[in-house]
Write a protein that binds this ligand. Structure first.
Ligand SMILES: *[C@@H]1O[C@H](CO)[C@@H](O)[C@H](O)[C@H]1NC(C)=O
Ligand SMILES: *[C@@H]1O[C@H](CO)[C@@H](O)[C@H](O)[C@H]1NC(C)=O
Ligand SMILES: *[C@@H]1O[C@H](CO)[C@@H](O)[C@H](O)[C@H]1NC(C)=O
Length: 410
């Protein structure tokens, strides 16, 4: 009797590990040389002193400006996160983008219905049709492979929802933006569309033994109560033909790479096959398009020393550093922490319960009206000081010496 489910269980955990490795650890990347054209787009001058986009910008006629990208956001949360998710959504809303909200199984159905109602009743969301709520919840175990499964499931929905987006960004209810979407879209319009933001290190140290080797069973796959993942005593050997990378759970992935992840997820047996045959023998052959990664997760995060599993909560004391970092997002914030109001008023220009204003907001703000209640052209961006800060960060990350160092090259 027990044996009967043991085999599928082990098989499914093996599959989870495969996906865990495929999704969490970035595997390989094309070499730096092939990507040098990147810099011609971004850093037109050869002289490093000439590297600033802004000076170039002023010389570029408006009609030659690159088109702004579109982003696909997943905002996930658990019991009690409904209000925070609404706030994050309002702060990062832009009609160009796609949004998907996911409350996990821990949240009572009432909360999910309430969130869905809020989205349905908002005239802006209705007009743009770009905000969706996942109706059927999955149980998410923090750290476990169900988290990946959920993320991939959501990414699959977003891929179906819109053919147009360029990057997939997943956030949780305790994340918050530090620049407006107009700023983010403006800076990202200069980026090559095949760049993934994924913090990683190949120096996985103790994690090699504790994470890569054990067979991890994620109870979210077959139970409906949330418990931590548990380990099976039998260990597997670490794949030797490719390097393992470990990194932050917060990513910005290109549409292409997201499709690759989904494609793998939808074709389980083939993925396993690939993992053992193609992957191990020739990872380059598999990733024929190559993955270009920037070693940064676009988040401002502070850790305890030594780091614990969860980062420290950001407060008013962190405001100046957050602002100076140029990061588009911060993590993590406690519910209704006063620093969120500071970010709203000083960095986003956002008023309580309103959208972060942008070039698409055409209404007047007289008599306390919300300018974003009148939707204008979503192509019109109105970048502010945040664009300058983000631009400095991106230029630093893409500076050839940093970019090369951070590449995961085989
Ligand atoms: C996505 O992949 C296809 C082929 O797999 C390639 O032709 C295309 O250029 C890629 N697009 C980007 C933006 O990298
Ligand atoms: C974002 O996606 C990655 C992998 O695709 C996953 O490991 C991570 O848990 C996700 N983060 C959130 C906040 O959903
Ligand atoms: C954010 O930092 C910039 C310098 O990087 C500074 O000029 C600006 O005043 C700061 N903004 C706030 C609201 O503190």
């Amino acid at each position: 009797m027990e044996r009967k489910w043991l085999v599928p269980l082990l098989a499914s955990s093996l599959v989870s590990i495969t996906l865990f490795l495929a999704a969490t650890f970035s595997v390989g990347a094309s070499s730096y040389g092939a990507r040098s054209s990147v810099f011609h787009l971004f850093l037109k001058g050869e002289d490093p002193a000439d590297m600033y986009v802004e000076s170039k910008l002023s010389q570029v006629p408006a009609s030659d400006l690159p088109t702004a990208p579109r982003l696909a956001y997943l905002i996930s949360g658990t019991r009690g996160d409904g209000d925070r998710m609404k706030r994050v959504l309002q702060a990062i809303y832009h009609p160009r983008n796609q949004y998907l909200l996911h409350l996990d199984l821990e949240a009572p159905p009432r909360e999910r219905v309430e969130l869905a109602r809020y989205v349905k009743m908002d005239p802006t969301f209705t007009l743009a049709g770009n905000v969706h709520v996942i109706g059927k919840a999955n149980l998410v175990t923090y750290r476990g492979s169900t988290m990946i499964a959920c993320t991939l499931h959501a990414a699959a929905i977003l891929l179906r929802q819109s053919k147009e987006w360029d990057w997939f960004i997943n956030l949780s209810a305790s994340d918050y933006p530090l620049v407006s979407q107009d700023d983010l879209l403006n800076v990202f319009s200069y980026l090559p569309r095949d760049l993934n933001f994924l913090e990683h290190t190949s120096d996985i140290g103790w994690k090699e033994f504790q994470r890569a080797k054990p067979i991890i069973i994620d109870p979210g796959l077959y139970m409906n109560k949330k418990t931590d993942i548990f380990w099976v005593t039998q260990r597997r050997s670490v794949p030797s033909a490719f390097k393992l990378f470990t990194g932050s759970a917060w990513v910005a992935l290109t549409r292409n790479f997201t499709e690759f992840c989904i494609w793998g997820w939808d074709n389980l047996p083939r993925t396993v096959l690939m993992y053992y045959t193609n992957f191990l023998s020739s990872p380059e052959g598999y990733f024929h398009t190559g993955i270009t990664t920037v070693n940064h997760d676009l988040h401002y995060i502070t850790w305890d020393n030594p780091p614990k599993q969860h980062p420290l909560s950001l407060t008013v004391k962190d405001f100046d550093n957050m602002n100076a970092s140029g990061s588009p997002f911060g993590r993590k914030f406690d519910k209704d922490d006063p620093v969120l109001d500071m970010i709203d008023s000083r960095l986003l220009g956002r008023e309580k319960d309103r959208f972060t204003p942008g070039g698409w907001c055409l209404g007047s703000s007289e008599n306390g009206n919300d300018p974003c209640s009148v939707m204008g052209d979503a192509d019109v961006l109105r970048p502010s000081a945040g664009a300058k800060r983000l631009e400095s960060l991106v230029l630093k990350l893409l500076a050839p010496e940093n970019f090369r160092k951070n590449q995961c090259v085989h």
